[in-house]
Design a protein around this ligand. Structure first.
Ligand code: C6P
Length: 411
């Protein structure tokens, strides 16, 4: 049995009081808080062996390099991947851009299709707008059903011989929906398409084994999974990474440079131009250790319990509508909602006064929000340090928001 109350104590920021109240941090889908183990791992590097990696023959540089490469091995083990298939980037956004520029720009041509979905984050739409502009490829978007699931009939109907890339989220940051990416990948592979999974929300919250996932590429950020900002990962199948062109040139990604041309280094280094964010990568390694010690099955189960409890309690709030599946099946702990009569930003501001931190806005998923007939919603999201009392604080604060706005009935 995991003592989740004990886990919470590893996060120093959660001792803060907001307006004199216990902090109920419910915005981990935007960025998670950090345990002391991650903070210490990063300060230890600065204090004990900081020097640029892959460059120096001296002790400090060798130690930094070893710690950086050890983090790559940790991330590889976490995903059941090979170490050379882990590319460190700046973020999930950078990882998806690397795939779009490295693979898409060099392989797509007019008439080809990139298939994604209407529930994607901008980071899995905008790079494709850019690449479509350069290559003449077209974009297609899989729709969602009335119960906020990915429309599988639509998906399977759209996957045809023209589709070269299927780029799909493993979990929507707005709806919480977890689409059946393995089924989609199978269908995509039947027509010879390459599959990218946006794992920005999935990887922090569920066990992911890339051998079982069925995708070819997986992108995610460190900062949503207890790690620092400024570090992300692109996992790719080795044979595809070997063929893929780098999207950035510079130091460390080359085997040879002459004035008339250059040759690339081996994977993964050919995709890591310049000084990498190695202290951040080491922080991510510590985050992976922390999550692995809890066990990702337990993380998923804890999220599911909190999500189930929150869905149940939110249903008690008059005038509240959840945008997302009403149960916890194939659904993660990001719950978006609107409250009749109160704008999402006002909801978030009043909740903050009560010590409850939620996100409000379009969640960088404007096409989805537009499709839902909204310009903004509020969103509560959970992680390992949340307890049912955080959900209770949310419900009480929503009651307070309704009281302030003079909403008393079931409007
Ligand atoms: N979503 C949210 O509040 P970056 O910013 O690169 O770490 O992650 C981008 C990203 C990509 N895909 C999904 C599904 C995401 O949720 C995010 C980040 C945050 O929902 C910030 S907008």
């Amino acid at each position: 049995m995991i003592d989740w109350g004990r886990i919470r104590q590893d996060f120093p920021i959660l001792d803060r009081k907001i307006n004199g109240r216990r902090l109920a941090f419910l915005d981990s889908a935007a960025s998670s808080q950090k345990p002391i183990q991650v903070i210490d791992a990063m300060t230890d590097i600065y204090r004990s062996c900081y020097a640029n990696v892959h460059r120096g023959a001296y002790t400090l540089s060798q130690e930094s390099t070893e710690a950086y490469e050890e983090s790559r091995r940790k991330v590889a083990r976490f995903l059941n991947a090979a170490e050379e298939e882990i590319i460190f980037t700046r973020s999930a956004t950078a990882s998806m851009n690397l795939f779009a520029y490295g693979w898409g720009l060099n392989n797509l041509k007019p008439g080809d299709r990139v298939l994604t979905s209407v529930m994607e984050h901008h980071a899995n739409i905008v790079p494709w707008h850019i690449i479509a502009g350069h290559t003449g490829a077209e974009l297609g978007f899989i729709d969602i059903t009335d119960d906020f699931r990915l429309d599988m009939d639509d998906a399977l109907g759209l996957i045809d011989e023209r589709v070269r890339v299927v780029a799909i989220s493993g979990m929507s940051n707005v709806l919480g929906t977890m689409p059946p990416v393995t089924r989609i990948a199978r269908a995509a592979h039947e027509v010879g398409a390459v599959v990218l999974v946006d794992g920005a929300q999935l990887v922090p919250h569920a066990p992911v084994d890339v051998q079982r996932l069925g995708a070819d590429f997986l992108a995610f950020s460190g900062h949503k999974m207890l790690g620092p900002t400024g570090i992300g990962v692109l996992w790719g199948r080795r044979e595809l990474l070997e063929e893929m062109e780098p999207a950035e040139g510079g130091g460390e990604m080359i085997r040879e440079v002459r004035l008339d041309g250059s040759e690339w280094a081996e994977v993964p280094h050919k995709f890591e131009a310049g000084t990498p964010p190695f202290v951040e990568a080491i922080g991510l390694g510590a985050a992976v250790d922390y999550l692995s010690a809890i066990g990702m099955e337990n993380v998923l189960e804890h999220d599911r319990l909190l999500t189930g409890y929150a869905l149940e309690r939110l249903a008690e709030v008059p005038g509240l509508t959840v945008q997302g599946p009403a149960d916890t099946i194939d659904r993660g702990g990001a719950i978006s909602f609107s409250l009749t009569g109160i704008h999402a930003h006002d909801v978030a501001t009043i909740l903050d006064q009560e010590g409850v931190a939620v996100r409000a806005g379009h969640h960088c998923a404007k096409p989805l929000l537009r499709g839902l007939g909204l310009t903004a919603s509020a969103r509560a999201s959970f992680y390992v340090y949340n307890l049912t009392e955080d959900v209770d604080a949310l419900i009480d604060a929503l009651g307070e928001a309704r009281r302030i706005f003079g909403l008393t009935g079931g409007e």
